[in-house]
Design a binder for this molecule. Sequence first.
Ligand code: KIV
Ligand code: ZN
Length: 526
Amino acid sequence: MPEPYRIGDFKNKMGKRIIIFDTTLRDGEQAPGASLNAFEKVEVAKQLVCLGVDVIEAGFPISSPGDFASVNQIAKNIKGAVICALARSLNKDIEAAANALKPAKRKRIHVFLATSKIHMQYKLKKAEDEILKIAESAVKYARKFCDDVEFSPEDASRTEPDFLCRVIEKVIKAGATTVNIPDTVGYAQTSEFGALIRSICNRVPNINQAVVSVHCHNDLGVAVANSLSAIKNGAGQIECTVNGIGERAGNAAVEEIVMNLMTRKDFFDHMYTGINPKEIYKTSRLVSSLTGFAIAPNKSIVGGNAFRHESGIHQDGVLKKRQTYEIISPDDVGFYGQGLVMGKHSGRHAFSDRLKQLGFKLTIAQVEKAFVRFKILADKKKEVFDDDLSAIVEEQIGGFPEGWVLTELEFKGGTHINPQAKVKLQKQKQIFEAESYGDGPIDSCFKAIEKIIKIKSKLLEYSISAVTSGKDALGGVSLKLEIKKQHIQGRGASTDIIEASAKAYLNAVNRVLLKTKVIANRNGEV
Ligand code: KIV
Ligand code: ZN
């Protein structure tokens, strides 16, 4: 049996290079409740470049003004990857994608059109010949704006294979440089999907003029297996997302694809990617924190238990030779445990250095703000871990400096006491104060906040998790509010869970205010 993968092998490029197309910011963000604002998307995109993805699908510009703005911001600010935008096979969609992508140095337009019988008949109400014509002219139109055009026959895995091959041949002739085969509803079985890719590679006469890509959904839990089977059968690009987030049950997880290729390079004929595995854990954490999607402890590669050995027999084996029960070393994917780093005597310099090592690129003002938060935390908590520091910084990402800030909080409660909270909030140097009773300390606190900000909201989701371990761990609260018919995510962290909840609530409110301001500015309003 070959020795497990070692980190140095990252540079050992013997086989075929597989292109990693990351769609966390498009398909991933389509996951119900995962919406990110433009600032957060730019942060994720920066980290995706550090991770080493080749293509970043930044959004679907025609779908909303917010999506257009995010793609445009990413196109402006992110170098080091191809920036891609999605479009239906309609001229107005393609124009929106081209406009949003204008500032990008390297860009791609991704057009799609459904080709399965069920989609053509019920959704599009079009016959095969019409579909062929629309696909061809959409690709030709996209090529007027961009040399790099990808075409996806949506629901390809349920498309009649002869027709699928005709569509692919046609769009390549029209100028598509990548043809992506989506398993849109996650229906395909692994060997069947591999065979489909193999037959496309064998049957489509001009297939060597384009890269064959796959895009697998996880409805039956086989998205990663199907993607890997596709690679074995000739695919050159994989579309995937961080932590596997995406529409319904999600997409193939980038970290799982990459670590399969690295760990089993013997099986995968030494194929490799441009991914730096040391950035995997940090990327996973950032996406989880910004989307509010917790990672299951048993999730492969990045779950909290992925490198924990509980059974005595396993622990004994690992102590004798690590590879007895460990096929990947945690530090290979950038997981270094909780990493005790600092206490209340640590200085500004050490703090700022540590943030840099953790991969945060902050301005002096942002470091200063985070340092104040760190000092307060270090006073309450003897040991401050890397994950605590990340939580402090992540709380600031996408924030709105002109928004509401919690300055004081007091609450009473108990088995025989009617819960009551008193809050003080600051907005642009003005202080506001209110008190309220409620069904519990968190409810009374939210009601007191509502009295001040005068914005009605409904709490749709609420979850709390410990950022690190121990009695004094930071509690991370993630919640979803409905405000003015919009569903907005908020997050907050504190050693006090009521305070973390209040911060998460204000974070959501501020995100709505920020969104309103961005849209108003774009419309020329103040
Ligand atoms: O799942 C799908 O078919 C898609 C396409 C737009 C590629 O997301
Ligand atoms: Zn998809």
